[in-house]
Ligand binder design. Sequence first.
Ligand code: NDP
Length: 342
Amino acid sequence: YDDQKKLGFAIVGLGKFAQEQMMPAFKDCKHARITALVSGSPDKAKKLAAEYGVEAKSIYSYDNFDSIKDNPAVDVVYIVLPVGLHAEYTVRAAKAGKHVLTEKPMANTPEDCQKMIDACKKANVKLMVAYRAQYEPFNLDAIARIRKGELGKVMQITADHGRIVDPTGDKADTWRIQKKLAGGGSLMDLGIYSLNATRYLTGEEPVEVTALEMSDKADPRFKEVEDRIHFTLRFPSGILATCTSSYSTEGVKRYRVFGDKAWLDLDPATDYYKHNMTIGDKDGERKISLKEGNQFAAELDHMAECVLQNKTPKTPGEEGLKDIRLIMAIYEAARTGKKVKV
Ligand code: NDP
């Protein structure tokens, strides 16, 4: 592929996920390359610029970020900042006339999500939320099997996501326990994978939610954000989903879809590299073998293709807003102990 024909991406926020997963994935992209870096840490930015072949004049700070509008090498701004900063940088990028890819969860509140959608619409630029699982081969295969009726009529789903949040061991967890920067706790960060999966697996939007929350307020990690939250969703066709989200149990990222003929299990379902699918019915179970793909590169290429072909992204701002609205309904259900209609 001709490197000069690829769209230029500016990476905003050079943290753990950007450095360890997303930036290395560009080497597998057909339509995307890194052409600018935006960071509050000049030394780190300089080092990464050298590594990725980014010109010194295309390194920005948060203060001079708006001057990116004058950089023709930048087509897309990719926001990999703490959640509470996504809205501000999306609006600033749109004002600079750049297309926006933002990490999940989209923003702290539905109001912020709406501001992001409006700003991008006004500037006539694309807005996509980085829901990598929706570009990942095993998840896409699960959706295709369900749509083909391989499980029969889908009746219920269980989905679990959790990991131990530990700001003393991992700097990237420092902002995750601050309400202002994270928007919330495990539900915003991890439970969103369970929630988003129930929506893409069913192809339906939930109509009712219930929830229970449990956080040890004596634990310094949970002064501002929640630890565990369990929620149930009812879908229009009658499908029920039971989801768990946790910041105090180790490594789970799985779901299981139960139809009236068969069930499909993906565990892990939302790992970076490894997925494991099993389908079972009354006669037994079988493993499904499928080639792992680079979901990060697929996601970046999708963004680039949408810009190149003037298409709406498969996971646009509206998709991010739907999850944030549902997350607010789940918090309300947990707080009030009542069913919340959505
Ligand atoms: P990190 O803390 O490792 O990175 C965030 C970066 O943002 C920092 O390194 C820093 O970069 C910059 N930053 C600017 N202001 C602040 C601030 N006030 N506090 C902290 N950092 C700041 O977090 P992650 O990489 O884990 O997460 C970044 C984003 O990516 C989040 O939106 C998160 O939800 C998302 N994410 C998505 C995943 C996925 O699978 N899709 C997985 C993990 C995270 P600099 O020094 O360059 O300014």
